[in-house]
Design a protein around this ligand. Structure first.
Ligand code: ARG
Length: 463
């Protein structure tokens, strides 16, 4: 039976019923719905709607139900209920009859659903933080093992200046640290209890909302019922976190796809996470990375979808909002999965150090060094830039690296160039020189790795 059948004289159109139902996706809130119902039953004893004994029975049956759904989280999917709230209610009525119906005093599904969803978001944020930490650990480990792996760094996908593989890893680490920070910030705004807001204007029973929030582990209580039942900013915010996180992972994936290409060949993915072609026997495809890159689009779509649900929506609760969970669950599942897949990619990554170094060598990555060298000999940088450009043209035409040009050839472009030029043209020298904070020098990179290790040790202490 539906929760609201009393005022209707016709039974529900079956097609509309299917259209209206949300159980097939909101069943994932079962645990949260039971837990918030237990807390609500306690609150009802404080206002004498339930006596002590009645509350005990309700709590006992709800706990049994909790056990049941922990064993089989999809048990409710074969039922005919409208949503997870009505399923829990029906289950309880089946056990306790009229007594169970008292639990629905003073509470609306409007405050119930957002309470459940906030509880779900809190758990999800904690899980996401844990997985992000694992990804950070493996990035740090990869950095640690590749402090001497010189490779070209790119701008415009053109080889630009030499960097190390460690430095590249640390760039992604920075992004993950920001993702973590964002999640922790979002958590603060999720951690607020809307329970007791009733349908929209506050429950008429004089319950202590703060105590109720404490029972549910919420830090504080929401202020305004009208806002509380219609606020889904926390959903927007969490999907937005996922969208930014996925942008990072998609860039990680794209870099890796490029590094893994036959033309580049800096890395090789482990056989057990690659797939073959049904036609071309030689193929070993980076599907795992392509999927991470592709799934990013889904999450951006979820953010736009959620924004559009809320845009122009009048206060307070409207059924449009039921759709929020589809976007939220999809975005969070996808992000989480892609974090886990990125861990897998790094876990068994093979790095072709020789090939990385060769690419850095072949690319005139040390041109800036030569210009800086001329600056150190008193030439203005713009002039030096021009002179080095001419030297590079010569080197390209003779198919040689800068460091392979003879001193007499250098002299044709500037008599400021002397024998000491060769020491500054080595890749190692280019790297060593960038010894400012945040630079690529081995000293800075090793410092950054140590810092990162320290930061992550206690990073989840409060979560
Ligand atoms: N299933 C609904 C949702 O997810 C909650 C029900 C509130 N419905 C209502 N008619 N007030 O948003």
């Amino acid at each position: 039976m539906s929760l609201w059948g009393g005022r209707f004289s016709k039974s529900i159109n079956q097609k509309f019923k299917a259209f209206n139902n949300s159980l097939y996706f909101d069943y994932r809130l079962a645990e949260q719905d039971i837990i918030s119902s237990i807390a609500w039953s306690r609150a009802l004893t404080t206002v004498n709607v339930l006596d002590f004994n009645e509350q005990k029975q309700i709590e006992y049956e709800l706990n049994c139900l909790l056990e049941k759904i922990r064993i089989n989280p999809k048990i409710m999917l074969s039922s005919n209920n409208e949503d997870i709230h009505s399923w829990v209610e029906d289950q309880l009525i089946e056990k306790l009859g009229e007594l169970a119906k008292k639990l629905y005093t003073g509470r609306s599904r409007n405050d119930q659903v957002t309470t459940d969803l906030r509880l779900w978001c809190k758990i999800s944020i904690k899980k996401l933080l844990k997985s992000t930490l694992e990804l950070k650990k493996i990035l740090i480990l990869t950095a640690e093992n590749n402090q001497n792996t010189i490779m070209p760094g790119y701008t415009h996908l053109q080889r630009a200046q030499p960097i190390t593989f460690a430095y590249w890893c640390l760039a992604y680490l920075e992004m993950l640290l920001r993702d973590e920070e964002r999640l922790k910030n979002t958590f603060k705004r999720v951690d607020i209890s809307p329970l007791g807001s009733g349908a929209l204007s506050g429950t008429s029973y004089n319950i202590n909302r703060k105590q109720l929030a404490d029972w549910l582990g919420f830090k504080s209580v929401s202020n305004n019922g009208l806002d509380s039942v219609s606020d889904r900013d926390y959903v927007l915010e969490l999907i937005s976190n996922a969208s930014i996180g996925m942008v990072h992972l998609s860039r990680f994936a794209e870099d890796m796809i490029f590094f893994n290409s036959t033309e580049v060949g800096f890395i090789e993915l482990s056989d057990d996470i690659t797939s073959g072609s049904s036609l071309m026997p030689q193929k070993k495809n980076p599907d795992i990375l392509e999927l991470i890159r592709g799934k990013c689009g889904q999450v951006q779509g979820a953010l736009t979808g959620m924004m559009m649900i809320l845009k122009g929506l009048p206060l307070s609760y409207n059924k449009d909002m039921q759709e929020d969970k589809k976007f939220l669950f999809n975005a969070i599942d996808t992000w989480h999965e892609c974090i886990d897949m990125s861990i897998l990619v790094l876990h068994k990554l093979i790095i072709n150090k020789a090939r990385c170094k060769e690419a850095a060598k072949q690319s005139y990555c040390n041109s800036t060094e030569l210009a800086d060298y001329l600056v150190s000999k008193g030439m203005p940088f713009r002039t030096a830039h021009h002179v080095v450009g001419k030297i590079i043209l010569k080197a390209i035409n003779t198919n040689s690296a800068l460091e392979d040009l003879k001193l007499s050839e250098f002299k044709k472009f500037s008599d400021k160039i002397t024998e000491d030029v060769y020491s500054i043209l080595s890749l190692q020298s280019c790297i060593n020189k960038r010894n400012v904070q945040g630079g690529v020098s081995p000293i800075q990179v090793s410092k950054a790795i140590n810092e990162a290790k320290k930061i992550i040790v206690n990073s989840l202490d409060d979560f």
